[in-house]
Write a protein that binds this ligand. Structure first.
Ligand code: PRP
Ligand code: URA
Length: 216
């Protein structure tokens, strides 16, 4: 039975044409490591531009060469960017382009090749994290196990205001994350068809970590 993700109000597909174009290039088996890395970073910037539309602003006074006026700046909460290792690392620079003063935490998870369950091997988050907007990054949302575990860890450390950005999502992963964490805003660049028997996203782009780091 197909999964209807339209019922999850915390899930958004960012369907800007520039984003879709770059995701198509990312999928291509002929795209090499160097170009793949560049694309992942550019896609993260484009996604961040859309996903940060709701950032609060406040007016400050600014003196222009002509006169003094009130003009908006980003208000309040500072940001913490948290990539899921390894593949999430590829998205960090793209988000730092938008928010250069953000702190960066890291969560290390790997998927067991047989059970496909995530295993934690590292967690270091900026402190205190309670007042920050936390942006969790991972290009791939497959079964959703890694994202759910990462979000659990962030909340255990006190994180409250969280966005999760993935480039490609499978319906199974969207359902798992949105049901476990309905308070987290989840953004995807594309919603793909399904998972295969090895829990890879179809059509997907293969193994994101291997393609970013040139391993296999
Ligand atoms: C990939 C990907 C996600 C996870 C998604 O990482 O980057 O973290 O799989 O799968 P899930 O939604 O089924 O949990 P992987 O475990 O292959 O580690 P890597 O980034 O180090 O290659
Ligand atoms: N992890 C990946 O890198 N790709 C997939 O398709 C699924 C999990």
């Amino acid at each position: 039975m197909s999964i209807d993700v339209s019922k999850y109000s915390n899930f958004t597909v960012l369907d800007h044409p520039l984003l879709q174009h770059k995701i198509t290039m990312l999928r291509d088996i002929h795209t090499g490591t160097n170009q793949f890395r560049t694309l992942v970073s550019e896609i993260a910037t484009l996604m961040g531009y859309e996903a940060f539309r709701d950032l609060p602003t406040e007016d400050i006074e600014v003196e222009t060469p002509i006169e003094t006026c009130q003009s908006p700046v980003i208000a309040g909460r500072k940001m913490a960017i948290v990539p899921i290792l390894r593949a999430g690392l590829g998205m960090v620079d793209g988000i730092l382009t938008l928010s250069p003063t953000a702190k960066v935490g890291h969560i290390g998870l790997y998927r067991d090749p047989v059970t496909h369950e995530p295993h934690e091997y590292y967690c270091k988050l900026p402190r205190p994290i309670e007042q920050r907007l936390i942006v969790l990054l991972d290009p791939m949302l497959a079964t959703g196990g890694s994202a759910v575990d990462a979000l659990n860890l962030i909340k255990q450390h006190g994180g409250k205001n969280i966005k999760f950005m993935c480039i490609i999502a499978a319906p199974e992963g969207v359902a798992r994350v949105c049901e476990a964490h309905p308070d987290v805003k989840v953004y995807a660049g594309h919603l793909d068809r399904e998972l295969n028997e090895n829990k890879y996203i179809c059509p997907g782009l293969g193994d994101a970590g291997d393609r970013i780091f040139g391993t296999k």
